[in-house]
Design a protein around this ligand. Structure first.
Ligand code: GLV
Length: 308
C-alpha cells in the first residue's frame, strides 16, 4: 500500500519526512517518483495530471491538498472513491490572520493612508468604533466560523450567511437564498468564504453589491470565480462600494493590463491568504488514513452533489 503526493514538490518533501517519522509502515511517494501505481491506495493532489486517476486501479481515497475542491474535475474520479477536502489548523490560522488583517485594514481606512502617503498628504480620516461596524461572512464552514469567532474579540457586530442553517453564538445567522438580501443589508464589510460551485459562481454580482449599504467594502478570500469583476468596478467607481481586498482572482495571475492592478480602491494579494501547512496537515491526513484502514468513517468527505 502506498500514498502518492502530487502537489508542490518542496512541500512534498516535508510531507514525506513527517510520514517517514510518524508512519514508517506506510510508503509515501512524491510525484513523479510514483513507484508501483497499482500499490497507490491514497492520492493527495491539487490537480491530478490527466490520466493519473485512470492509472491507479486500487485508489481508495482522493485527498485535496487544499481547502477547496473546485480545481478537481470530479467527473474523472470514480464514484466509489471518496474525495476529502483539507481541513487542518494551518489553513484555519492563515485565514484568521488574513481576514482579521483585511477587516482591520478596511475599518481603519488603510487604503486611504496608502494613497495619502504616496501623495505626501497628512490626512486623518474619521473612524467609527468597531461596535458600530458590522462584518458579514458568507460561508459558515470551519473557516467562516473561526473567522467570526476571532472578529468577535474586536467588538464588531457579526452576521453570517450560509446555504443551510447554522447556529453560532454571538452571530446573527441567515440561511438560504431568500435571506441573502436581508443579510447583505447589514454588512459594512462583507467577507466571501464560500466554496466555488455552480450555485455560487458569479454570486458577487451587481445585484448583490446593490443590496449592501452604501460605503460597504468587500473581502474576497473564496475564489476568483465568485466575483463579477465588471460589477465590482462599477460599484467602486460609482462610490456605492468603498473598497475591496481581493486575494483571489480569475485568472491567476491577472493579465498586466487588468484594471484591478491600478485601481485606487482595490488591494490585491496573490492568493496567499491561507495555505496548507505540511507540518500540521500531514498529521491530520495520516489520522484520516488510519481511520479509513480501521474501517471508520473518513472525516471531511465532500458531497459530490453539492460540490464541497
Ligand atoms: C487555497 O485556496 C486552498 O483551497 O487551500
Amino acid at each position: 500500500m502506498s500514498v502518492l503526493y502530487k502537489s508542490d514538490i518542496a512541500r512534498g518533501r516535508i510531507w514525506a519526512r513527517i510520514f517517514a517519522e510518524e508512519a514508517p509502515d506506510i510508503e509515501f511517494r512524491v510525484w513523479p517518483e510514483t513507484g508501483d501505481l497499482a500499490a497507490v491506495e491514497y492520492l493527495i493532489a491539487w490537480q491530478p495530471p490527466p490520466g493519473l486517476l485512470a492509472a491507479l486501479p486500487n485508489l481508495k481515497v482522493l485527498f485535496s491538498s487544499g481547502a477547496g475542491v473546485d480545481q478537481l474535475d470530479l467527473s474523472t474520479v470514480q464514484p466509489s472513491v471518496p474525495v476529502v477536502r483539507m481541513v487542518e489548523p494551518g489553513i484555519v490560522n492563515g485565514m484568521l490572520e488574513y481576514v482579521t488583517l483585511s477587516v482591520l485594514a478596511l475599518h481603519r481606512n488603510l487604503i486611504d493612508y496608502i494613497r495619502a502617503q504616496a501623495a505626501g498628504a497628512w490626512q486623518p480620516v474619521d473612524v467609527a468604533p468597531a461596535s458600530a461596524r458590522s462584518v458579514g461572512v458568507m460561508g459558515l464552514g470551519v473557516l467562516g466560523q473561526a473567522v467570526l469567532e476571532r472578529l468577535g474579540t474586536f467588538g464588531y457586530s457579526l452576521c453570517g450567511w450560509n446555504r443551510s442553517p447554522k447556529d453560532i453564538p454571538g452571530v446573527t445567522c441567515y440561511a438560504g437564498a431568500q435571506t441573502l438580501e436581508r443579510f447583505l443589508g447589514r454588512c459594512d464589510i462583507l467577507v466571501c468564504l464560500l466554496p466555488l460551485t455552480a450555485a455560487t459562481h458569479g454570486i458577487l454580482d451587481r445585484r448583490l453589491f446593490s443590496a449592501l449599504p452604501r460605503g460597504a467594502s468587500l473581502i474576497n478570500v473564496g475564489r476568483g470565480g465568485h466575483l463579477d469583476q465588471r460589477a465590482l468596478l462599477e460599484a467602486l467607481d460609482s462610490g456605492h462600494l468603498c473598497a475591496a481586498i481581493l486575494d483571489v482572482c480569475e485568472p491567476e495571475p491577472l493579465p498586466q493590463s487588468h484594471p484591478f492592478w491600478s485601481h485606487p480602491r482595490i488591494l490585491l494579494t496573490p492568493h496567499i491568504a491561507s495555505m496548507t501547512q505540511p507540518e500540521t496537515a500531514a498529521l491530520i491526513l495520516l489520522e484520516n488514513i488510519r481511520r479509513h484502514r480501521r474501517g471508520e468513517p473518513l472525516r471531511h468527505v465532500i458531497d459530490r452533489g453539492k460540490g464541497y
